[in-house]
Design a protein around this ligand. Structure first.
Ligand code: ADP
Length: 589
């Protein structure tokens, strides 16, 4: 499959063509940049060809019109799909998504969250839908990887009304952080789910990400790509009190301040240039402004590396990427120096000798360093091509679609009264783990279930709290408890058996014990694509070749913001040879 990947920014259009499959490869790389007075510079790379020149395009969206001709010239006009980088997917888009009228509209509605980026991305989507009306187009979101961040990382300590209006941290560069973390895990030779990694992406935009056991746990960019590190022209962290001070002292408007924080700050604000090469050269010649800029840049990055090691409670490796991370040994050294206390020592010769050709990911830590340090090129476009191809391989025409499957282990949903009885009056559960269904979480606390035959210890509590306590176990669990438990849809609790729940402050005997009937959560867009409706019963085919089977009578539950996935219990997963997660296919409606 040939995938055209587009990264349409406000000041450049970068694109690539990838042969996507088991081994996704880039076959063409193109860019249009430096738009000025109705023209721009272009560069096309294909095999041995490396062509540069000027083109009469006034803006990135104008330049998009040149892409079909460029592809034709290099015999690449038989593309099968288009993958778009979309900067902001809000809290809705947690996975690559097929672009149709509804999803384009939903992305447009997120513009206030990324006023500089999303409009340019969407303009490219709209133009491509006109240029290639028959090709499937997929959005891959910078924010998606970070949707696993817990509320403690995503919540700003601001008034409730602001949070309700949508003010929260998202994080960006997700595609890059995910790729380099996976690349490091591959080099280490251990599953990413075993590793605690800090990814340091230092390009014109820059961010650090804590990748805890394969999932993003926190990242230095926030609500917008302005928070965090010192960047080319963006300030990174600044006291929000600056707004009041600058308004009173210099008479600046909110717009003036915001513009300056985006465009005239960072390296440019500190030393007059946003280009690290330039600043390093000037610093070496004794320019004190350039020297201070480098010190601030490295200090901020080192603080985040340390903070994320602390946040994860451990660190196996640091990965450097982005133009500065890949090419500046002195910046890598400044960031790593001083981290010996947490087991990270750099090998200075290896650091100087980094060679990244052929997608290498060399290690530059000293022998004996407990923490490894990698350098590798990021490959956002390659990831977008891969994810586009995977999303399309998963999606089928004619109402069929592969669906993610989540396996629910035994758990309880508690009422307010139950929490009071089990943990103490007014007790607030720790919303420790954010679940994929928006607004749902798993508590840090656990409870014990007791039946006439035996007990089940450390049973998870899932939130939010409900009107009525509901306890969900598998049939195997029902034998361990010694209680005959009926299969019920969630919430259908009339006449269900009683079980005793033990908590640290007391116990309760309550009904609500069920084996949850398997079901599909779907958002309205996916439901429409699948041709299913709330309340339908469908069949789902799951499992690997040896143990594949079809689950009949699977209830469809459509929710406005639902993350589309099938929920089965541990007995069902075992029967189908699925471990923590898998995929299934709708076979019958
Ligand atoms: P973008 O975020 O736009 O993709 P890049 O990842 O290309 O940006 O990073 C651009 C930054 O990398 C610039 O500050 C540039 O000066 C810096 N850079 C590139 N090569 C070197 C180098 N050899 N030494 C120091 N900095 C470099």
């Amino acid at each position: 499959m040939l995938v055209l990947v587009l990264n349409a920014g406000s000041s450049s259009l970068k694109f690539g063509v990838f042969s996507a499959g088991d081994d996704t490869r880039e076959v063409f790389k193109g860019s249009y940049e430096r738009f000025q007075n109705g023209s721009c510079e272009y560069r096309f790379r294909h095999g041995e060809t490396d062509e540069r020149g000027a083109a009469a395009f006034a803006s990135p969206s104008d330049a998009l019109k040149g892409v079909p001709d460029a592809l034709k010239r290099f015999d690449l006009d038989s593309i099968d799909a288009i993958g778009h980088r979309i900067v902001h997917g809000g809290s809705r888009f947690s996975a690559p998504t097929l672009l149709d009228d509804e999803t384009v509209e939903a992305i447009a509605a997120l513009t206030p969250l990324a006023p500089l980026h999303n409009p340019a991305n969407l303009e490219a989507v709209r133009l491509c839908r006109g240029l290639w009306p028959n090709l499937p187009q997929v959005a891959v979101f910078d924010t998606a990887f970070h949707l696993t961040n817990p509320p403690s990382a995503t919540t700003y300590a601001v008034p409730a009304a602001w949070r309700e209006a949508g003010l929260r941290r998202y994080g960006f560069h997700g595609t890059s952080h995910k790729y380099v973390a996976m690349r490091a895990a591959l080099e280490i030779g251990r599953p990413i789910s075993d590793l605690q990694l800090v990814s340091v992406h230092l390009g014109n935009g820059a961010s650090v990400c804590a990748v805890n056991r394969g999932q993003s746990m926190d990242s230095s960019m926030g609500m917008t790509p302005l928070e965090g590190l010192v960047m080319g022209t963006r300030s990174g962290d600044v006291d929000p009190g600056a707004f009041g001070f600058l308004s009173r002292r210099l008479g600046l408007s909110v717009q003036d301040i915001e513009d300056a924080l985006y465009e005239d700050s960072g390296l440019k604000g500190l030393a007059g240039s946003s280009d690290m090469r330039d600043i390093e050269d000037r610093a070496a010649k004794g320019d004190p402004q350039a020297q201070l800029a480098i010190e601030i840049y490295a200090y901020r990055a080192r603080k985040y590396v340390g903070a994320y090691a602390a946040a994860m409670g451990g660190l196996d490796a640091v990965v450097f990427t982005g133009g500065i991370g890949e090419n500046s040994p002195s910046m890598r050294r400044r960031i790593c120096d001083g981290l010996d206390f947490m087991g990270l020592q750099l090998d200075h010769d290896r650091n100087m000798a980094v060679n990244l050709s052929h997608r290498a990911a060399p290690q530059i830590q000293a022998y004996g360093s407990r923490v490894r340090v990698f350098v590798t090129e990021t490959a956002e476009q390659l990831m977008i091509a891969r994810e586009t191809a995977a999303a399309l391989a998963g999606g089928r025409s004619g109402g069929e679609l592969r669906l993610p499957i989540a396996v629910s282990a035994r758990h309880v949903h508690l009422s307010r009264e139950a929490v009071d009885d089990l943990f103490g009056k007014g007790y607030m559960l720790d919303q420790a783990i954010r679940l994929r269904q928006p607004g749902h979480w798993a508590a840090g606390e656990r409870v014990t279930l007791v039946g006439p035959k035996g007990r089940l210890e450390r049973v998870a509590i899932l939130g939010p709290l409900r009107e009525r306590t509901q306890i969900e176990v598998s049939r195997t669990d029902s034998f361990a408890l010694g209680i005959d438990v009926p299969v019920r849809d969630s919430g259908e609790l009339e006449g269900t058996p009683q079980v005793t729940i033990l908590g640290p402050a007391g116990s309760i005997a309550t009904d609500g014990l069920i084996i949850a009937a398997r079901h599909i959560h779907a958002n309205p867009a996916d439901a429409a694509r699948l041709g299913i409706q709330d309340g339908d019963y469908v069949d789902i085919s799951v499992g690997d070749e040896d143990r594949s089977l079809t689950f009949g009578r699977t209830l469809v539950r459509v929710g406005a913001n639902a993350f589309t996935e099938v929920h089965i219990d541990t007995d069902e997963a075992n029967a189908a040879g699925i471990e923590a997660a898998g995929t299934g296919e709708l076979v019958h409606i």
